[in-house]
Write a protein that binds this ligand. Structure first.
Ligand code: ZN
Length: 362
């Protein structure tokens, strides 16, 4: 491993901090980067930001050749793997699927998070109006939803060049999350904190789930209770339930929990819900929402699925009842589920691979 600069080390510290906050990052989501001497160091695909100080999570990518490939619409830019500096990547890690987003921004430090406050606004029909009020003090852009990866970095580049002002340092990604950028880690951390505070939304509360009832519900079935009790909220709050039941709100939900949300009908058991899905040519659900009771998760589901189950509650609890919501279209859901870069990332987050990966990097 090459010697880290103090700024690089500072970024790893910030990455670990941000990665450990479920309101900012869930599982392997989110990514950070630093540009140093022509190299873009970017979080590796499938690794977790929270492990930034205990495992190798950063991959070096040659910045100029990658930018040139993006400019020329070279399909190799999509995965960015061809631009990895292999001699400085002994673990053979792959760059994040969002590498081109980081490359496209001119600032030295870029932090991208799936901040629940941001997503709750960025999924709203009136997102731009709401953001215009809340982000009045910031140099920000809104980029409507496109698939993460090259399509998203192209949209960001377009938004940066739509006027002649200084490049934006806050980018809100429709139905996805937040990007902040600055010339130093200290500045990016301050900016992230200011933006997240500005976007804070009222959170609806619900009574806690009845644990005994939930235990009885899963007893004898291939389902278990979620690791985070916060995950139940979405099933206990009528408005959240309504928001969640109408479709997929953001990409990592689709990747780790499948398209939309599956709601149990009255008196159905987990097995009956699963059978109903299979009969309708769908996979057995990773999570099932039992209205008024709570959420159950399939046995052996990934740690990513667990984190995204909690995220759904956190996001939906911040969407007001009166608001129209943008959902991912059928085509957008499909492209997320049939995209090999995402399938790779998901593989790294199955229970076995998570262990293996930690071991490999630990
Ligand atoms: Zn993202």
């Amino acid at each position: 491993m090459s010697t880290r600069t103090a700024e690089f080390q500072h970024l790893l510290e910030l990455s670990a901090l941000v990665g450990a906050d479920p309101a900012l990052v869930q599982a392997a989501g989110g990514n950070t980067s630093i540009k140093e001497k022509g190299t873009l160091w970017i979080k590796a695909s499938g690794t977790w930001l929270m492990n930034a100080l205990t495992a190798e999570i950063m991959v070096p990518v040659a910045l100029s050749p990658l930018l040139q490939a993006m400019d020329e619409n070279n399909p190799l830019a999509e995965r960015s793997e061809s631009f990895v500096l292999k001699d400085q990547n002994p673990g053979g890690l792959r760059p994040s699927i969002e590498t081109t987003v980081h490359a496209a921004l001119p600032q030295k430090i870029v932090v991208h998070v799936h901040c629940v406050e941001t997503i709750a606004i960025a999924a709203r029909h009136d997102a731009v109006t709401v953001l215009a009020t809340l982000l009045d003090d910031f140099n920000w852009r809104y980029v409507p939803y496109v698939r993460p990866g090259l399509p998203l970095s192209r949209s960001i580049v377009k938004s940066l060049h739509d006027d002649h002002n200084t490049p934006a340092d806050v980018i809100i990604l429709g139905n996805h999350g937040l990007v902040v950028a600055a010339e130093s880690v200290t500045d990016v951390q301050r900016l992230l904190s200011r933006v997240c505070s500005a976007l804070k939304q009222p959170v609806r509360q619900a009574l806690p789930a009845d644990q005994n009832k939930l235990e009885r519900l899963v007893a004898g079935y291939d389902y278990q209770l979620p690791v985070d009790a916060e995950a139940h909220h979405v099933a206990l709050d009528d408005i959240s339930l309504q928001v969640a039941s109408a479709g997929s709100l953001y990409p990592d939900h689709v990747i780790f929990l499948g398209e939309g949300s599956v709601l149990a009908l009255k008196n159905e058991t987990p097995a009956q819900v699963a059978q109903r899905c299979v009969k309708a040519d769908q996979a057995e659900p990773v999570s099932i929402l039992f209205p008024g009771i709570g959420v159950v998760m399939k046995n052996g589901c990934s740690s990513g699925a667990q984190a995204l189950a909690r995220c759904l509650s956190d996001v939906c609890a911040r969407i007001p009842s009166t608001t129209a919501v943008n959902y991912l279209t059928a085509a957008q859901n499909y492209e997320l589920l049939h995209w090999d870069a995402e399938q790779y990332r998901q593989t790294l987050n199955t229970p076995d691979h998570t262990k293996e990966n930690n071991h490999l990097n630990g």
